[in-house]
Design a protein around this ligand. Structure first.
Ligand SMILES: Cc1cc2nc3c(=O)[nH]c(=O)nc-3n(C[C@H](O)[C@H](O)[C@H](O)COP(=O)(O)OP(=O)(O)OC[C@H]3O[C@@H](n4cnc5c(N)ncnc54)[C@H](O)[C@@H]3O)c2cc1C
Length: 328
């Protein structure tokens, strides 16, 4: 665990927020809204790189379906600041637990802040397979989430790119959106059972090495194979590897599970008292609406924790006043 920076006299002048929210995507802003409406002092520090930024539209968020992702966040920021919270651009580079006093955080601009509680909502990053041309089409016609974008490419010539054993089940899900689906898979990879499950659902199997994504007229048109075959396709689904942005949590010693994801209790509580998480940083399956919901639930739990601290402090203060009055 890292010791907090000392800086003589500096920390005494630092303002202490009730809650520091690290990350201002759907999870962080939703939490900040609930907390600022609960009359808590809230600072949101946001790196400004939400995961779905490359997508033109956001889907599956009730009442906001089709809205550009940046518009949702702009509306959220206006609501949050309207209730008195502060949002600052930047990143938190280090977090220092300070026992019952809460936490100190160091920002990339050198500023330090103090907070009684911290909520980390820093999201995750998608690691894509290294196929030439693939990353450039990400969120356009190289997609990962059929629930987010399947409707927009329904009934088209679709493909799934093998990226590990989960890819067969993933292809079966993508099949829901089209009858014309193929799975690109390295040779001698599929089991007999997987092969027959694909065949009975009319999912084509193309074995071999994918060489590149073919783009013509600004659109994905085909997948080129190393053996010279070119398979016409209009969109390619790729299951990425999800990597949580949780260095801050690991550095302060939060428990991680066997897959390296932070262990959470009810409402996103971590193993470190006073530190919570919400959204993709701990839950790779969270959609925007789920991340917002988790942020809201964590905010209510954090406020409850703060109220409990306030009660303890008030009782302690009252008792010592009593003692003083009695001895006078
Ligand atoms: C291409 C694409 C399209 C998608 N489309 C949809 C869709 O249509 N519908 C849907 O429901 N979901 C969609 N998703 C999923 C969606 O992006 C996530 O559900 C959502 O972004 C999770 O919100 P979050 O708040 O947990 O994280 P994010 O939105 O990723 O926000 C995390 C924030 O934390 C900031 N941050 C990171 N580290 C730090 C730090 N150290 N200090 C300060 N700030 C930091 C980041 O800059 C970022 O602003 C899509 C995902 C992708 C990749």
């Amino acid at each position: 665990m890292i010791a907090p920076p000392s800086g003589r006299g500096h920390s005494a002048r630092m303002h202490t927020y009730d809650v520091l929210v690290i990350g201002g995507g759907a999870a962080g802003l939703s939490a900040a809204l609930v907390l600022s409406r609960a009359r808590r002092t809230v600072l949101v520090v946001d790196g400004g790189a939400p995961r779905n930024a490359p997508a033109a539209h956001m889907h599956g968020f009730l009442s906001r379906d089709g809205m550009p992702p940046a518009e949702l966040l702009a509306a959220g920021r206006a609501e949050v600041t309207g209730y008195g919270a502060t949002i600052t651009a930047g990143t938190v580079s280090q977090l220092f637990p300070c026992g019952p006093a809460g936490f100190q955080a160091l920002l990339d601009n050198g500023h330090r802040v103090k907070a009684r509680k911290v909520l980390v909502t820093t999201g995750l990053r998608d690691e894509l397979p290294e196929v030439p041309g693939l990353a450039e089409r990400w969120a356009k016609d190289v997609l990962h989430c059929p629930y987010c974008h399947g409707w927009e490419v329904r009934d088209q010539q679709l493909a799934v790119l093998w990226n590990g054993p989960e890819s067969v089940r993933y292809a079966q899900i993508v099949r829901q959106w089209t009858r014309d689906l193929v799975l690109f898979v390295p040779e001698s990879t599929l089991t007999a059972a997987e092969r027959s499950q694909l065949v009975v659902r009319a999912i084509g199997i193309i074995e071999g090495c994918v060489e590149r994504v073919v783009v013509e007229g600004g659109k994905l048109t085909a997948i080129a194979m190393a053996d010279g075959r070119t398979v016409p396709r209009q969109a390619l689904f790729v299951p990425p590897r999800f990597v949580p942005n949780h260095a801050l949590l690991a550095d302060v010693g939060c428990d991680l599970d066997e897959h390296g994801w932070v262990v959470t209790g009810p409402n996103g509580a971590t193993s470190l008292p006073g530190l919570w998480v919400a959204g993709n940083v701990a839950n790779p399956r969270a959609q925007v609406i789920t991340a917002a919901g988790e942020g809201s639930a964590a905010a209510i739990a954090i406020n409850t924790d703060l109220v409990e601290d306030d009660v303890s402090t008030a009782v302690l203060h009252f008792d010592s006043e009593d003692v003083r009055a009695g001895s006078a």
